[in-house]
Design a protein around this ligand. Sequence first.
Ligand code: IFM
Length: 456
Amino acid sequence: MAKHIFPEGFLWGTATSSHQIEGGFSEGGRGESIWDRLAATPGRIADGSDASVACDHYHRWREDVGLLKWLGVGAYRFSIAWPRIVPDGRTVNDEGLDFYDALVDALLEAGIRPFVTLYHWDLPQILQDRGGWGARETAEAFVEYTAAVTRRLGDRVPYWATHNEPWCIATLGHEDGEHAPGHRNPAEALRVAHHLLLSHGWAAAVVRENSPDAEVGIVLNLVPVWPASQEEADREAARRFDGFFNRWYLDPLFRGRYPEDAVADRVRRGHLEGSDLPFLERGDLEAIAAPLDFLGVNYYSRVVVKADEAGEPVGHPVAPEEELTDMRWEVFPQGLYDLLIRLKREYGPTRMYITENGAAYADGPDAEGRIADVRRIEYLRAHLTMAQRAIDDGVPLRGYFAWSLLDNFEWAHGYSKRFGLYWVDYETQQRIPKDSAFWYRDVVAANAVDTGLQMP
Ligand code: IFM
């Protein structure tokens, strides 16, 4: 079989997030989060569930570190639950810090480097009550929270990501209303995006003070955007989608400005009164554009768009049913290569990590208890092949994190989508390695992925 060998020192990992796996809602002094509140609202989560128990990682974290050790990964990406650290929005809760402190020590003891995300969507509800990310004060509160976390863990954590996927927080949470806090207000969504970026810049400086040897970055969900046809209207729709989805975040972070065409687009749609961004204050863009040690890239699929009658970009899925995952996302590995090459060419990040990549498929245990998740293996194999090709072509890609270690609470979909390398039986909390876990373990051990093709 042809092998794609990764560079020495390539960081292999898996990823999770606090809200999706921890449970233990009322323990350790944890406060309410905006996702607890959303899930308590009937009709907001597809299967009517919530994350109050999830994978019970709050109690089973030692076992989960054991799973990571068995996989042989060199790193584990997880997030800190802000409502455990600052439950009332003001006072630091030592018990919350103790939990992560012990986890970090156990990981290091197992030879696994902690890759910590500070914000993966679980805002303390009390801060939402004071305006949430729409308020500049929340950016200030994020800095204080970051200071508390990094003062405690900064001596041992080598990788810090400030935010996970600000597009999802701003757009899904404040424009589409699908995610917490469930607002539908495009003007607010733009303020939210700005405050997230700003808080990233401010917090990154604090991380550098408290964790001087660590790498600091941010994690974006990015998509290659394809026009549905070569018609001018569709190409224009694709450009606009790219502006609102990718460049709205990449440009401020790497170029210190919002993309003019995308701003004009928002003005035209009535989401901004003029191109003077009302939320922008002196010094903000400089803070946002402070150099990053890494860019975290979450890649799952591409998007194909066409122009509707009003010229607005609308999704135009083209893939046949069998090329869709359970999220109805097209399996499109080439997009990962294209995206990495584009990032290198247009933004030149010092280094990148694929901080999430994976697929939701429901495959469960057969009569013998085996989980033959062949489609997940093929998905991961194809994407890793593209990642390795990008490295060969000069992309400074330094690591890869499979999403996810465990099946978990998939936000508005509840438990109905399974992304894990491990199957979770939510009744018993048993974790069962899927075939993909065995396969990934071999990849990590070999530092290589095979193409799956017998070469002559
Ligand atoms: O589960 C999510 C994760 O929280 C953020 N990135 C995408 C994943 C799959 O939808």
